[in-house]
Structures are given as C-alpha cells and as structure tokens.
Design a binder for this molecule. Sequence first.
Ligand SMILES: NC(=O)c1ccc[n+]([C@@H]2O[C@H](COP(=O)([O-])OP(=O)(O)OC[C@H]3O[C@@H](n4cnc5c(N)ncnc54)[C@H](OP(=O)(O)O)[C@@H]3O)[C@@H](O)[C@H]2O)c1
Length: 281
Amino acid sequence: MSPKNKLRLLITGGGSYLGQHLTPQATAVHDTLYTYFQHDPLNSGQRERLDLRDETAVHHLVQSFQPDVIIHTAGSNRGADMEAVIRLGARHITQAAQQVNARLIHLSTDVVFRGNAPPYAETAVPNPVNAYGRAKADAEAIIQTYPHHVIVRTSLIYGLDVMDHGTAWMVQALRAGQPVTLFNNQIRNPVWVETLSQACLELVGHPFTGILHVAGRQVMSRADFGLRLLDYWDIRERGTLFIGPTGMGEWPLNCELDLRLATAMLHTPLLGVDDVLHAER
Ligand SMILES: NC(=O)c1ccc[n+]([C@@H]2O[C@H](COP(=O)([O-])OP(=O)(O)OC[C@H]3O[C@@H](n4cnc5c(N)ncnc54)[C@H](OP(=O)(O)O)[C@@H]3O)[C@@H](O)[C@H]2O)c1
C-alpha cells in the first residue's frame, strides 16, 4: 500500500493473543495505534492505556486519534469483569466510531451459537448457551446499530510462535499432574492467528459490511485439535490426559461455521490446521 493510502487504524486489545500478532502487521502498512489495559507485551509503537468500560476515556482517545478504521479485538472469555468489558466496550467503541465515522471491525465468536444446528451461516440467529456467548451476542447487536461495521465471527485461535491460551492452560495442568479432558464431541474450525490477522487487515480496506465468518476450513473436534498442538509443541507429559465427550452444558457442541462467503470474498486463504502444520514441517 502506498503512503497516500495509509489509513489511521486503531486496534483495541493490542496485547490480546490476536492483537499481539495483528498489530505489528498493521503497523507495517497503516498509521496504527493500539490500546492495552493491564498487559502490553508489544511495548512499542503508538499505544495508549485504555479501560474500555470508561466511556469518557474511549471517546477522548477516538476523538484525538481520529481513526479511519477501528479493529475491536478486546473482550474475550478471559480476565476480570469480562462480560462488562464485552458489552460496555462494544457500546463505547460503537458510539465513538460513529462520532468520527470510522469503519468498525469487531471480533466475535462461534460460541454465539447453540451448537445443535451446524454448519452456521452468517444469517443464523445467535442463541448462546453460556454467559460469554450471551455477552458476545449482545455486543454484536450493539455493533449492528452502526451501519459501517464488520462483525468477524471466528473460532479457536492458535499460532506456531506463541502458544495459544487453551494449549498453554492444558500444558500447565498436564505438567502439574492435573486431569485434562479433551472433548471429542466439541466441533470447531480452529484458525491460525496469521490467517485471522491477514483477513482482518484485508477487511480494513474492503467495502464489505455485515457479518463474516472467518476461520480455518478444517472442521475438527477439540480433542483432535488439542492433540495436534501437543504434538507440535512436543509436550510429552500426557499421563493425566483423557479424551471423551462432554454433555450439552457449559459450552456448545458443534459450532461449525459456514465459510463460503469469506472464501469467495477474501484473498486470504482460510487454511486448516493440517495445512498450517504441514507447511511448517
Ligand atoms: N482466543 C480464541 O480462541 C477466540 C475464539 C473466538 C473468538 N475470539 C475473539 O477474538 C478476540 C481476541 O481474543 P483473544 O483470545 O486474542 O483475547 P485475549 O488474549 O484473551 O485478550 C483479551 C484482551 O482484552 C483486554 N481487556 C480486558 N479488560 C479490558 C478493559 N477493561 N479495557 C480494555 N481492554 C481490556 C485485554 O487487555 P490487557 O491484557 O492489556 O489487560 C486483552 O488485550 C476477542 O474478541 C474474542 O472474543 C477469540
């Protein structure tokens, strides 16, 4: 992209797992500012500490930076007060985006779905089973009040340089001799963090608005996914590892996403887990 096409890009959650990968790529092509709250693993470039629950602070930052585009990654299923961060953060970011007429790209999740009617197209109606899914579904509804938005629904995020949250938790438990069950009846489309970052950046300059499912094209159980990553990271401690089903409960079972729209629309290939792991060997 030539310097005259450089956009002013604001990324919330620059230190999130996704943000850590997305922000350096974004900085290489756009005038990028990222926000952090309690952790700043990047610690370089234009950055501001921001509590997304603080309406005044969000408005002040957006007014002073005047972004053309906002990528709102912050607000996951981890950390304190996350439901408030998700809902209030979405509200404050949407209002602020509206005031400066910024394009708003919001990260959402496949767990807005109930998991009993896959594959889920963009038109499927959210019907979450847990508090995180409900908060993210509410955030989607808030974002949709502003027309200039893209909601990117994605699935389990992993990378090959920095261990993802789920694998890191599993490794810690296995090394401590604690039981870990990998569910063979929870179905997802795990997405390589480089794929997701590239797709988000492609959407920065794209005319599309609305909901888009962006994930890996390989549909697999959490058990198959977990085992592949344990192999990749060469984790040998498996004495307390169990494979089995979970009942319908805290997390939805099959959240397979229909990726046809993103596959047709984006240049970014939606690589599956085996595509990524085989390319790495
Ligand atoms: N990880 C997955 O497998 C997955 C799957 C589907 C969808 N998603 C979605 O993808 C996005 C990124 O997920 P992730 O796993 O990369 O996130 P993450 O690593 O869990 O990071 C969460 C982020 O939220 C920020 N945050 C927490 N409280 C905040 C507050 N009060 N004000 C401002 N920021 C606050 C954190 O900032 P500090 O660390 O600085 O405190 C951190 O950057 C999320 O929207 C998530 O819903 C993730």
